[in-house]
Design a protein around this ligand. Structure first.
Ligand SMILES: Nc1ncnc2c1ncn2[C@@H]1O[C@H](COP(=O)(O)OP(=O)(O)OP(=O)(O)O)[C@@H](O)[C@H]1O
Ligand SMILES: [Mg+2]
Length: 298
């Protein structure tokens, strides 16, 4: 496709998205893996940037309470995090940092753990702030930590869309299966899409996906969806060393091309939240996500 045509299509898609934004809460996508170090943060950051490039308003919540993740990949250092919002010191908008191409970053910090003990009044103003965010964002991506901790599960169980990141490494597949199993046992109805990262090519990635999907269907009666694969690409490591997202630093590298394809593929699918008619107290989106998270952490 000609570059101009592609740009026109993107502009149309962005206009449509912003019309949808007026009426509907944000699409929320939680990125999780089971095993650590499989590329969740890099995928979340670069996918967010790819969508921002396509004209969407995107925010990325760093819900990893361990080492600051998103900060490192982006080379930024947010001063405030959700914990300041919960304490009332800052508003959600003040906590958000603007990254490349307008991608918004929200550092979770210790805020997510603190949600467990906040009072009703603080809670209400916190949820009000989140619902305001629903009006201005198209997508909220949530980057989670490794393992199946209570916090990771809370976000996964609260979301309608989960991106499971796995690599061809057997331990990564076992851990991804473990995560899917925990969600399946709880009959969580979310759409589970798999990204195979650090594979040798598309065919290899798809083979790995089919393995995971067939085990999941056989033992958990749970069908998985294919989001795409990202090849092992040394430009990713180089960009990480340079504190830059690879989608921006090396836009022609294989990993960046793969992210672009995954971004387009996910956009072309109609999420359940957009199919809902209008915003109501329980119509999905960011406010609803946190309401559900709270049920699991309190
Ligand atoms: N497609 C890729 N090709 C090559 N290296 C990659 C690729 N994806 C990720 N990596 C490497 O893996 C490292 C870990 O990636 P990342 O921090 O995104 O993983 P994570 O799943 O978020 O880890 P954690 O569980 O610790 O949060 C990166 O520093 C990068 O060097
Ligand atoms: Mg990470």
């Amino acid at each position: 496709m000609l570059k101009d045509q592609a740009a026109t299509l993107r502009a149309l898609a962005a206009r449509r998205a912003s019309q949808v934004r007026q009426l509907h809460p944000s699409r929320v996508i939680v990125v999780a893996s089971g095993k650590g170090g499989v590329g969740k943060t890099n995928i979340a950051v670069n996918l967010g940037i790819a969508w921002a490039e396509r004209g969407l308003q995107v925010a990325l919540l760093d819900a990893d309470m361990g080492l600051a993740n998103v900060d490192i990949v982006l080379g930024i250092n947010p001063r405030y995090n959700l914990s300041h919002v919960i304490s009332g010191e800052r508003t959600l908008k003040e906590v958000m940092v603007t990254g490349p191409l307008g991608l918004k970053i929200i550092a979770g910090g210790s805020g997510i753990a603190e949600l467990a003990d906040i009072g009703q009044k603080q809670l209400e103003s916190f949820i009000d702030g989140l619902e305001e965010l629903d009006q201005s964002l198209d997508v909220l991506l949530v980057d989670t930590s490794a393992g199946i901790s209570r916090s990771v599960l809370s976000f996964a169980l609260a979301s309608d869309e989960i991106l499971v990141v796995a690599t061809p490494d057997p331990t990564s597949l076992t851990d991804a299966y473990g995560l899917i199993k925990v969600l399946a046992i709880r009959n969580h109805p979310a759409q589970l899409r798999v990204i195979v990262n650090m594979c040798e090519g598309d065919k290899h990635g798809e083979e790995v996906f089919h393995k995971l999907d067939s085990v999941s269907q056989r033992f958990l009666s749970r069908k998985l969806d294919w989001a795409g694969s990202i090849p092992r690409d040394r430009m990713v490591q180089r960009a990480v060393r340079e504190f830059q997202p690879f989608y921006i630093a090396y836009p022609r590298c294989k990993a960046a091309m793969a992210i672009g394809q995954i971004a387009d593929g996910l956009l072309s699918e109609q999420p359940a939240s957009i199919a809902r008619p209008v915003i109501s107290a329980n119509a999905g989106g960011i406010g609803d996500l946190f309401r559900k998270v709270l049920k699991f952490v309190r």
